[in-house]
Design a binder for this molecule. Structure first.
Ligand code: BV8
Ligand code: ZN
Length: 235
């Protein structure tokens, strides 16, 4: 355990929201019955069957609407307030980091509470659960889509650029609750490590990043992170 000095970056995945009740993608209960996210979270699936894709998102939105931030989300909000140079990067689309009080969140994969018009491009927040009509329509009559990044789609360039820069210059990187399988997010810790950052992994199981980690905090983020942060504060 060392005193954290210098820029700190945290990368989170679905595991940080698991204790809030948000289903992970590759957990035992899986996200949605027989479908794989790679099959549904794609522009092709949406073009082929927008109703099926929206039924999946409406189901997830209804699940997430009842979920509250857990102690892991709250500790990350505390870290942002306490540390002079802190960047939170998330792969999650559930908005729970913002709900916990994090003020600057780099959302690599968008946000399930935002919708985007496929015709006029208007982007707006839509928190209606359940959706009154599926698929939802824009005022212009165009088909709305979830404002998330699907497989095969580029990540928002400005957000990704900021994430690369933060990863390249940080002295500490915490990787919390990600299977480190989805690219390019999974390369951020590799860049940090290559540039000499101290890598700390918080996960209930091993991932492809575990061999790179300087420290592995094995256990549920909602229990492990608060204990680790309290110990840091005593240094
Ligand atoms: C792109 C939004 C290019 C949608 C998501 C072959 C090789 C390498 C890459 C590829 C390949 N084929 C295709 C690709 C690229 C592809 C990719 O990476 N595929 C993977 C599957 C191989 N990537 C893309 O397509 C990306 N785009 O590359 O574009 C491009 C460039 C220019 C122009 C055109 C194109 C886009 C990827 C984004 C996909 N969208 N989400 C939605 O959510 O509906 S990704 C989706 O999966 C979520 O965001 C989620 O974050 C992610 C799953 O990852 P995790 O977050 O890690 O979640 P997971 O369930 O997997 O793991 C949970 C972890 O938590 C586990 O480790 C578990 O042990 C742990 N855990 C559980 N409980 C706890 C816990 N840990 C702590 N505490 C607990 N309590
Ligand atoms: Zn429109």
């Amino acid at each position: 355990m060392r005193k954290m000095e210098g820029p700190v970056v945290v990368l989170t995945g679905a595991g940080v929201s698991a204790e809030s009740g948000v289903p992970t993608f590759r957990g035992p209960e899986g996200l949605w019955r027989t479908f794989r996210p790679e099959d549904l979270a794609t522009p092709e699936a949406f073009a082929r069957d927008p109703v099926l894709v929206w039924e999946w998102y409406d189901w997830r939105r209804q699940r997430i609407a009842n979920c509250r931030p857990n102690p892991a989300h709250r500790v990350l909000a505390e870290m942002e307030a306490a540390l002079p140079d802190f960047t939170l990067i998330t792969q999650n689309v559930d908005g729970l980091h913002q709900a916990a009080g994090s003020r600057r969140v780099l959302e690599l994969h968008g946000n399930i509470w935002r919708v985007r018009c496929t015709r006029c491009g208007r982007v707006g927040e839509d928190r209606r659960v359940p959706l009154p009509e599926i698929p939802p329509r824009c005022a212009c009559g165009g088909l709305l889509r979830p404002d998330v990044v699907w497989f095969g789609e580029p990540l928002p360039p400005a957000v990704l650029e900021e994430a690369w820069e933060a990863a390249a210059r940080c002295r500490w990187m915490l990787v919390v609750g990600t299977s480190a399988l989805v690219q390019p997010a999974a390369s951020l810790p590799v860049v940090a490590h290559r540039n000499g950052a101290r890598l700390i992994e918080v996960n209930v199981s091993d991932t492809p990043l575990t061999p790179l980690a300087d420290e592995v905090l094995r256990g549920p983020a909602g229990e492990v992170l608060p204990r680790w942060w309290a110990a840091c504060a005593r240094l």
